[in-house]
Ligand binder design. Structure first.
Ligand SMILES: [Mn+2]
Length: 275
C-alpha cells in the first residue's frame, strides 16, 4: 500500500462535524507532552498552551488535537504524563464535558488507537469538517501516514526513538528519520500530503511536520504547526468559515509585566476560497 492509500485510510471511520457560520474550532497538534524530565519538550510551553486552551474554552471553541498530543514513544506510562500535566488534562476534561473535544492520534501516540475501552477519552485517526453551506469537506489527520518509517514501520521507529534517539537528543543529536527534526524528510512529507490533497481534491489539514503552513485553492494543504517551538505555540483557528494561523507567545508590557499574547500569522483564509 502506498502513502496515498495510507492517508485515505485514516478517514475510513472518521467522525463528521458540521461547520456553520457560527462554529468556532481550534486545531493544535504535536504537544508531545512528556513526564516532566529533560526530554519533556512540552514542559517549557505548558503555561502558554494552558492559557491558550483556557481562552479557547471560554470563547466557546471546539478543540481538535491533531496528533502527537502525548509523547508515548519516549514514555510508556500515560498516567505519569497526566499527573505531571494535570492542568492541561483538567481543561481537556472541561472540553469533553461540553462535547467540544476531538482527539486524533499521531505516530508518537498511535497506541491510543487501542486505548478507547480503558481510557476516559476517545481517539480517532481522522476527522471530517463539513461546511453546512457548500457541503464540501475539510480533511484532518496527523500526517505521519505520508511517511513509511513513521507509519508502516512505526514499531521499529519507536524502538529507535526510545533507545537510541532519546538518549542522543540529550547531547544535541537530532533524529534523522523525524519529519520534525530533518529538513529533507519534512519537505518530502509535505509534498506527499499536498499530493494527496490535490489528487483527491480535498483540502487537507495536518500536524506531524512541526512546520505551520497555510494553503490556497491551488495548494490546499494546511499545517497547525506544533506546541514545542522555543517560546511559542501555533494554532489554526476556524471561525466565521475562515481559517487563520495564529501564534501564542510570552510578551512584556511597558510596565514590564508579562502576558500571554495571541498574534495572527496569516490573513483570514475563507474556506470558500479552498473548495
Ligand atoms: Mn508525528
Amino acid at each position: 500500500m502506498g502513502y496515498l492509500e495510507r492517508i485515505s485510510r485514516a478517514f475510513e471511520q472518521a467522525p463528521r462535524l458540521c461547520v456553520t457560520p457560527s462554529s468556532r474550532i481550534v486545531i493544535m497538534s504535536d504537544c508531545h507532552r512528556g513526564v516532566g524530565n529533560a526530554n519533556d519538550n512540552f514542559l517549557k510551553n505548558e503555561l502558554l498552551f494552558t492559557s491558550a486552551l483556557k481562552t479557547y474554552y471560554q470563547n466557546n471553541y471546539t478543540y481538535i488535537e491533531l496528533g502527537d498530543g502525548d509523547e508515548l514513544w519516549e514514555n510508556r506510562n500515560i498516567r505519569a504524563i497526566r499527573y505531571i500535566h494535570e492542568h492541561v488534562f483538567c481543561v481537556l476534561e472541561q472540553f469533553k464535558k461540553a462535547g467540544r473535544l476531538y482527539l486524533i492520534y499521531g505516530n508518537h501516540d498511535i497506541v491510543k488507537s487501542r486505548m478507547t475501552d480503558t481510557d476516559s477519552f476517545d481517539y480517532y485517526s481522522g476527522l471530517l469538517l463539513e461546511d453546512s453551506i457548500t457541503k464540501k469537506t475539510l480533511y484532518l489527520t496527523h500526517g505521519h501516514q505520508a511517511d513509511f518509517f513513521n507509519s508502516v514501520l512505526w514499531r521499529f521507529t519507536r524502538f529507535l526513538v526510545r533507545y537510541i534517539w532519546k538518549p542522543l537528543e540529550q547531547i544535541g543529536v537530532l533524529d534523522p528519520t523525524s519529519a520534525a527534526a530533518n529538513y529533507r524528510t519534512r519537505d518530502k512529507t509535505e509534498q506527499r500530503l499536498l499530493n494527496w490533497a490535490v489528487q483527491n481534491q480535498h483540502p487537507l489539514i495536518c500536524g506531524h511536520t512541526h512546520r505551520a503552513a497555510t494553503g490556497s485553492h491551488t495548494s490546499p494543504y494546511f499545517n497547525s504547526g506544533c506546541c514545542i517551538y522555543p517560546g511559542s505555540i501555533t494554532a489554526l483557528e476556524l471561525e466565521r468559515r475562515c481559517l487563520t494561523l495564529v501564534k501564542w507567545t510570552l510578551s512584556a508590557r511597558e510596565n514590564r509585566t508579562l502576558y500571554v499574547a495571541r498574534e495572527p500569522m496569516s490573513p483570514e483564509i475563507p474556506i470558500d476560497d479552498l473548495l
